[in-house]
Design a binder for this molecule. Structure first.
Ligand SMILES: *Cc1c(COP(=O)(O)O)cnc(C)c1O
Length: 388
């Protein structure tokens, strides 16, 4: 499909980067598993030589994802963590990062346990007050890392404001857009330089792939990332590329329903006895509701709640739900529920968890595409069990 800029997201998700296969006319992009490609004469080839460097199925996915996010290029990796690691491999000892304090646990681990010992230091700040970023910037700061909404506290960070504050600084603004997706939030249009995603979540959307992607229109970053994708080799496999290409076709439709059902359930939960607090960007009670509504099309599919009665009550709640499967991860068609303090954020030190408010009664829900009435009944039964 040509000239992607004229088309809507629903169209791009299905067609961008894709045309019927010229050899057989296959409507769906073929899964090309070959690790190597024939050359007519030494160095004279179709553009594909060796599948770590480039693969037709991965290239098609990269084009589709770039079009969805409005980026010049997308570079796909074997996991969200591999994509971040590759980005941070562009740094050198002495370089510095400013990151929001409530990041995905794996992001914290990469920066604190892998890159800090190699001399790349990170300053963690609460970016719900964008001025905190200004104070943390140094001459050596190369990246400002924003995740919004954050995980699991669903804090919302004003991307445009941070872009404004960092525009006179050489640091590049990177946004982890995994929770919102390009359907609900457009970081590059708000002034960010790079967007990162765990493809594992909403973009693939069916809980059957682990993958990641970086997207940017910054020519210097593209060159470095393409070099590292080939040189260090943390690539997305052809099969996983094929799966994400298939999953992403329904992304706009899925996101609308995820957000609609999450809003319904968050409103309902916030009125129930036994629920101490509900955090959902789409609720007027959310501390950054206004910012959320300014930069997001809807509040997203994730809800965080605190169950009264601490760990014992939360444990009974989590053991009772049937449609909400107790599992890590998020963003699939099926609803999931989890306990951040023990599960996804176990790698975050207890003291930091306490500061962030990740307490023992806190649960995180990924609202899937099941009947919202069934999901509400499931939560009602769990609340009853939680009260003991
Ligand atoms: C899951 C996740 C990641 C890491 O992605 P993987 O594919 O699990 O490596 C990064 N950021 C966010 C917000 C995530 O939810």
């Amino acid at each position: 499909m040509s000239d992607s800029k004229k088309h809507g997201l629903e169209t791009l998700a299905i067609h961008a980067g894709q045309a019927p296969d010229p050899v057989h006319g296959a409507v769906m992009t073929p899964l090309v598993l070959s690790s190597t490609f024939a050359q007519r004469s030494p160095g004279e080839h179709t553009g594909f030589e060796y599948a770590r460097t480039d693969n037709p199925t991965r290239q098609t996915l990269e084009k589709c994802l770039a079009a969805l996010e409005g980026a010049e290029q997308a570079v796909a990796f074997g996991s969200g963590c591999a994509s971040m690691t590759t980005l941070f491999q562009t740094l050198r000892p002495g370089d510095h990062i400013v990151a929001c304090d409530d990041v995905y646990g794996g992001t914290f681990r990469i920066l604190d346990k892998v890159f800090k010992p190699m001399g790349v230091e990170t300053t963690w700040v609460d970016m719900t007050d964008p001025n905190n970023v200004k104070g943390a910037l140094r001459d050596a700061t190369k990246f400002v890392w924003v995740e919004t909404p954050t995980n699991p506290m669903l804090k919302v960070i004003d991307i445009a404001k941070i872009a404004e504050l960092t525009k006179d600084h050489a640091a590049k603004l990177c946004v982890d857009n995994t929770f919102a997706t390009p359907v609900l939030q457009r970081p590059l249009e708000l002034g960010a330089d790079l967007v990162c995603h765990s493809l594992t979540k909403y973009l693939n959307g069916h809980s059957d792939v682990v993958g990641g992607v970086l997207m940017t229109s910054d020519a210097e970053l593209i060159e470095k990332l393409r070099f590292l994708q080939n040189a260090t080799g943390a690539i997305l496999s052809p099969f996983d590329s094929f799966m994400v290409l298939r999953g992403v076709k329904t992304l706009p439709v899925r996101m609308d329903r995820h957000a609609q059902s999450a809003l319904t359930l968050a409103s309902w939960l916030s009125e129930q006895d036994g629920v101490e607090k509900v955090l959902y960007p789409g609720l007027a009670s959310h501390p950054q509701h206004e910012t959320a509504m300014k930069q997001m099309k809807a509040g997203g599919g994730m809800i965080t709640a605190v169950i009264e009665g601490g760990l014992p009550a939360a444990r009974r709640f989590l053991e009772t739900t049937e449609l909400f499967t107790l599992a890590e991860s998020l963003g699939g068609v099926e609803s999931l529920i989890e306990h951040p303090a023990i599960m996804t954020h176990g790698a975050v030190p207890a003291e930091t968890r306490a500061q962030l408010g990740i307490d023992d009664g806190l649960i995180r829900l990924s609202v899937g595409l099941e009947s919202v009435d069934d999901l509400r009944d499931d939560l009602a039964a769990a609340l009853k069990a939680a009260k003991g």
